[in-house]
Ligand binder design. Sequence first.
Ligand code: ZN
Length: 262
Amino acid sequence: MVAVLVIVVLVIVISVWCSGRRGPRVPGLDQAVRFRLTSRWVTSLTRPMPAPMTHLLPTRTVRALVVVGLLLVAAAGTIRSTPVFAAPQVVTELTSIDTAADATVAADGRRLVAPDNFPMATAPRCDILNNFGDPRSGGRHHEGIDILATLGQEVYAMADGTLTLQVVAGSTANGASLSGNLWKLTAATGGTYYIYAHLSGFAPNLVKGSVVTKGQLLGWVGDTGNAGPGNYHLHFEIHPGGGAAVDALPLVKVPLACKVWG
Ligand SMILES: [Zn+2]
């Protein structure tokens, strides 16, 4: 934002400068004479009058080079200040759960191809926040990574396994106010489990105890739980061997369509 303002100000200043409104306009006088007129107090101190070194390069060329230089500097500032997506806002209270939106998404029927070893469809948005371990309210720490998306992007099973826990947003289940709609998927071998939270809805015919295969549709991205209204993202955790959560980012295969932030 600051860079944009700087560019605007520069353009205005440069426009005024190049238009020649600074200094007197004297019809019929060439550039060199105008220069001597406007700098008479300088030349009076340095007699004899110096050779017109200022015209080794035409004045307009010098100005054009300065303009290009300033624009390059401004452009570099713009690149450096490209904003990084802020981490999802954490709210402490249960916020709106749009069950109507859930029904619309569930009735969509679209089926995209699941990316290899990645829990979510990549289109239309896939911005991965590298935020495992970030501090959260109440002394908690963020046990997953957040993948920013749009409402209704599909989420997929990371492995063959069983859905061992389903939390429904708005219910009295433990943690429902934080997680919203949640699946826990436990792999068929090794005991590793995966957490998918803030879903807008669950895929049809899936219940706790359902056996699923790798890449199977599990549900859709939403903003349920403490995600914050409109902050659509998948909160995703990996617990190797059934133990504590580890950073999921190095364990997934980041698709080319996704960006990693932070
Ligand atoms: Zn999260």
